[in-house]
Structure formats: C-alpha cells, structure tokens
Design a protein around this ligand. Structure first.
Ligand SMILES: Nc1ncnc2c1ncn2[C@@H]1O[C@H](COP(=O)(O)OP(=O)(O)OP(=O)(O)O)[C@@H](O)[C@H]1O
Ligand SMILES: [Mg+2]
Length: 618
C-alpha cells in the first residue's frame, strides 16, 4: 500500500544499538533526579518523611531476624549436643522473632499506603503545574509539531513517571538492607562480599544497557505513536465517523494503523528478545556467584570454623545481600532510565514564553485615545521563509469600524494575531496610542479586546458557561450572560434547549445536546459582547450562518459597535459594506482601502471581487 498520504513517522528498521545513548548521557540524566524529587517534596513533605522512615525501618528487619535466628539455633544445638541449658532469654528470642515479623508486615502496608498517597499527590501537583505552565506559553509553540511531541511526552511523564517515586523509595530500602546485611557478612568473612559484587556487576551492566535502549527506542517512536493516536481518533470522533463511513475509509485507515503498529511491535520485540538472551546469561553468572560463596560457607561449617547458627546467618545474609545488590543496581538503572524520561518534562517546564509583559509594563488606558496603528509591519511565521505580510500600514481610530477582505491565505487572520500580540511583527511596529504594543501589559491588553476567531472553541460545558468564557469572572451573572446572548441572537436557540442556559452542549457528556454550526457561532459571538472590551474583532465566525441570520448578526454588530473600535473579517460583501473603511489584502499587502462606494468607483480588486459575488447571486 502506498503511504504517500502520511507523514514519515516510523524510521526504517535499524539496529537497536545505534540510537543507544552514551554512558555520559545516561549519567547526565541523573541530574533530573533532584528537581523531580523537589517536585515530590513540594507535593507532600509529610508523606515523604513517613515513607522514608518506614522503608529504613523495614530495611533493618532482615538482619535483625537473622541475628535472632542465629542465637535460637545455636542455643538449641548446644542443648542437644552437650546438654547446655537454654538461657532464660530463649523464649523471649522466639517471641521477638514473631514480633519482628508482625512489625515488618505492618511496615510494608504503611509503605504501600505512603506510595499510593505520594503518587496521587505528585500527579495532582505536576498536572496542575503543567496546565499552568502550558497556559503561559506562546501560541507559536502550539503551532510547532516538535513542541507537540514535547508536550505529549511531558504529559505522559507526569502520570507514567510516578513510578519513579516508588522506585526511589525502593532504592533507599535496598541500599539500607544491603549495607546492613553486608555488615553482617563483613563481620565473619570479608572477602565473600567482594566475590558477590564481582558476580553482580555484569548483570547490572546488562540491565542498564537495555533500560537505555528502551528509552531511546520509545523516544524515536513518539511520532509514530502520535500518528497511531491520530488514526484511532479519526474514526472515533463525530466529525470523523461521518466521512469514514460514507467514503468507506475504514480499510485505508486500518491498514495504515496496522502497518505502523506492526513496525513498532517488531522494534520492541527485537529489543526484548536480545534482552532475554543476554539477560539470562548474565543472571546465570549471578546465581553462580551466590552458590559459590554458599558452598564455601558450608565447607567452613563442616570443618567446624563456623557454628550452625552462624552458617544460617551467613547463608541468609549472602542470599539477601546478593538479591539486594542486584536489586540496587537494577533499581539504580531504572532510576537513571526514568530520569531520562523526565528530561522531557523538565525541558517542557524550562520552555519560557518569548512574548511576555515587560517589567513595569503600561496598562492599556480605560479609554483609548488614538487607537491602533500598523507601521510598515512585515511578518513571517517562525520556521517559515515566506513573508505573509509585507510592509502593512494602516490606522484603526477609536470609533472606527474597519473590515478586512481578501482571498484565502492572504493574511487576514494573521493581522488579528498580531493586533492581539499572540505574535510579534518581524519588522515594523504596532502602536497603541502612539506607543509600541510591546510596552503594554499583556493581560491588560487582552482584557480590552474581544475577539472571536474563525476556529473558535466549542466548550463541552453549559450554554451559559460557553458564553461566560468571554468574561469568566461573570460566570454567575445570569443577567449579563442573557443580555449577551440576546445581542448575538443566540438566545432564541438556547431557549429551545431542554435545560435552557443550563444545558450542557456538545456530544461528549451524557445528556449533552449538540447545536448546529450556526447556533454555535451565535453563542461564540455572545462571548465578545459579554466582554467589556474597547476593541471587538470578528474573524469570519459567521460562515455557517444562513443569509438572514448573518444579516441580522452584522446589523447588530454594526449597531453595537457604533462609536467603538471594531475589526470585521468576512467574505460576504453585503456585510462588509457596513464598515466605515475596508482594507483589501492582496499578496500580504494592502492593495486598496476606503469606503465601499469609493472602492467600487476605483474599479480595482475590491470591485472585481464584489462583482464576482454579486453575479453569482443573480
Ligand atoms: N502557524 C502558521 N505557521 C506557518 N504559516 C502559517 C501559519 N498560519 C498561517 N500561515 C500561513 O500564512 C498565510 C496567511 O494565513 P492567514 O490565516 O492569515 O490567512 P487568511 O487571510 O486569514 O485566510 P482565510 O481567508 O483562509 O482565513 C497562509 O498562507 C498560511 O499558509
Ligand atoms: Mg483567516
């Protein structure tokens, strides 16, 4: 099947060794551990302390249990072989061992509880921080696919990586257990410890190697996984389902899905298979190390150099230390691996918005005196070499209603994005009351602008909330919300809904009711009216309105913006006619400007477009 229809998301099958990050990179990723631990601490300091205390206590249990067992056995052996009476503390020892086991069981429950509590708190803390941070970033970031990968990975990391907290806790426990058991071994046979370590190191190297391989693989697979999500989504949405059915697209989408998914599956399995073979070999080495040392201890006991109790203690300590040393290495490599994943989360947090308010930024005056002015503004989107706007100059006076017309892709929406400082000009200046827009506080600027874009949001919330988003602090003010709905002519449609203004809209939630495209548009326009703004901008939000509705909506808009600043973008000349001044955009430049009658008289681009549209109505 030809895959020309799709982006190249899955790389040609490669040797999984190639993308493996170098050791330096692996260790560098450990830098991520402290900042992440800081997040954990911020999320719930008391639980962190509780978790660590219970883990350290639990870590000391194995050695204590072995010491008690050793004394119990040696006492019994002494009684049996030479009739030495049991010491009066003997039964206390037995009771002590039971108490220790009970204590350990309780501790593990406590650790479980702390882990769950910590994971929940951490997830909430990180998600809230992510949302806050994402809201602050430039619009530009959202239009960049690389940024999307980063955001997606950060999102997954915020939830998937809670594992790391548990793992870090486990590491502490394993280290303390190992050190305590090692102290026990060291006391009787120092060189045994060395033998153990030597056997465990190869397993550690293998573990880390595959852990990092897994990371670099899933890193590479992000674009492909994004494509899979997209393919799944296309058929799974209301809009998609219609076309997928009627155009019979299912086999086309399913084929592509299975093609990409199979490639991913193959890549993952290849790494897993290698891990199976190499990992098993290395594990064998570990087992050989353990049994070698164990055999030596037995020999010493047979020769009489160690008592039976000491043998039990040593065998237990060796077994415990060997599994724990291995676990420490594995856990450590898991942490290094998790830390690599955290790179994206931390990287995401380190992305700072380029467009922000300067210190001591000006507040936009409660009453703007001169209005806005574009002065020789040129613009190209970041990462693109094409100039979308070239040397654009125009003024927008304080009580002026201007309209912008032009064919698709001429830069109309771009002008609105610049006017609202979602982007900044690459050349030239935009002035507000004679001062550069960059000198003003962003929030104060946005509070004075009511803008509805052509791709406005349809919030899956109540009708009333859908209007209130225009001025969210008034969400409880039903009077204002209804007045705005009335102005935008949305009220009629809302009143027909089963729950009126309290009706949840959309199709995601149970009991929600969807609206027609035109009804959604009227609701969106109500947001602009609710906003107590000095500049109103409508960027073609009326495309789905029927002719009568559109005429009424613009009649209202025209009345309601009399004496105010407004910008209207529309392809319908009947509505554009109402503007005080019309700008005609062509190839990123202002080709003509003036009143409707003037432009018709001039007989330029505007007159031509007007004539074309009028002719189609005749
Ligand atoms: N985020 C972006 N990155 C790169 N190029 C972009 C981006 N957004 C728009 N463009 C390009 O800028 C040009 C102008 O786009 P703009 O959206 O301003 O056109 P428009 O006049 O509003 O068109 P329409 O009538 O279709 O709404 C287009 O050619 C488009 O390809
Ligand atoms: Mg547009």
């Amino acid at each position: 099947m030809s895959t020309k229809a799709f982006p190249k998301t899955i790389e040609a099958v490669q040797d999984p060794d190639i993308p493996s990050p170098r050791w330096r990179e692996r260790l560098q990723a450990l830098k991520n551990v402290p900042p992440v631990m800081k997040f954990v601490w911020e999320a719930a300091p008391a639980i962190v302390v509780g978790d660590l205390a219970s883990r350290v206590a639990a870590a000391l249990v194995p050695l204590c249990a072995l010491i008690i067992t050793r004394h119990i056995i040696d006492n019994i052996v002494a009684l049996r072989s030479n009739g030495t009476p049991l010491p009066h503390t003997f039964w206390w020892l037995v009771a002590g061992e039971f108490a220790l086991a009970a204590f350990a069981a309780m501790l593990m429950r406590l650790v479980d509880f702390c882990d769950v509590a910590l994971a929940e708190r951490f997830m909430r803390h990180i998600s809230v921080r992510l949302m806050k941070h994402a809201a602050n970033l430039d619009l530009m970031s959202y239009e960049d696919p690389i940024f999307y990968d980063k955001l997606e990975r950060a999102r997954v990391q915020s939830t998937d990586r809670v594992q790391m907290i548990k793992i870090a806790g486990r590491l502490v426990q394993e280290v303390v257990t190992t050190v305590s058991l090692a102290a026990g071994i060291l006391f009787y046979a120092p060189w045994l410890l060395l033998a153990l370590v030597i056997c465990v190191v190869p397993a550690f190297l293998g573990e880390t190697h595959f852990a990092f391989l897994g990371y670099s693989m899933s890193f590479q697979q992000t674009p492909a996984r994004r494509e899979l999500d997209y393919l799944r989504m296309v058929g799974g949405t209301k809009e998609g389902a219609k076309e997928v059915k009627l155009f019979g697209l299912a086999p086309f989408l399913v084929n592509r899905y299975s093609e990409v998914a199979t490639d991913l599956c193959d890549q993952t399995l290849r790494v897993a298979r290698r891990k199976l073979s190499v990992g098993s070999l290395l594990a064998l080495l570990g087992v050989a190390g353990y049994y070698g040392t164990y055999a030596f201890v037995i020999l010493q006991t047979v020769r009489g150099a160690l008592t039976l109790g000491q043998m039990t203690l040593l065998a237990g300590a060796i077994a415990g230390a060997s599994t724990n040393i291995q676990a420490v290495f594995t856990t450590f490599s898991e942490i290094a691996n998790q830390a690599l994943f955290m790179t994206d989360l931390l990287l995401f947090f380190s992305v700072k918005p380029k467009i922000s308010s300067m210190p001591n930024a000006l507040h936009v005056p409660k009453k703007i005196h001169e209005g806005f002015e574009f002065k020789n503004v040129s613009f190209q989107y970041p990462g693109s070499s094409r100039q979308v706007l070239k040397n654009v100059s125009f003024k927008l006076g304080t009580s002026e209603r201007i309209a912008i017309v032009g064919e698709n892709g001429q830069g109309k929406t771009t002008i609105v994005k610049l006017l609202t400082r979602l982007y900044e000009p690459t050349e030239g200046q935009i002035l507000l009351d004679g001062k550069d827009l960059r000198e003003y506080d962003l929030e104060s600027l946005w509070s004075q602008i009511g803008v509805i874009f052509q791709d406005f949001m349809r919030y899956e919330m109540t009708a009333s909330a859908n209007i209130a988003v225009g001025r969210i602090e008034e969400i409880k003010n039903q009077f204002l919300i209804r007045a705005a709905a009335n102005k935008s002519l949305a009220e009629h449609a809302i009143r027909k809904l089963p729950q009126g203004f309290d009706q949840v809209l959309g199709s995601r939630f149970e009991g929600a009711v969807d609206l027609s495209g035109g009804e959604w548009q009227k609701i969106a326009i109500a947001r602009a009216y609710l906003r107590d703004a000095q500049l109103l901008i409508l960027d073609e939000p009326t495309a789905a309105l029927d002719a009568r509705s559109e005429h009424e909506v613009f009649q209202r808009f025209s009345e309601l913006t009399t004496g105010k600043m407004s910008v209207l973008i529309s392809h319908r000349f009947s509505t554009v006619k109402m503007a005080d001044r019309i700008l005609v955009l062509k190839n990123g430049e202002i080709a003509e400007q003036g009143k409707h009658d003037q432009l018709i008289k001039t007989g330029g681009a505007y007159a031509e477009m007007f004539e074309l549209q009028a002719a189609s109505y005749r």
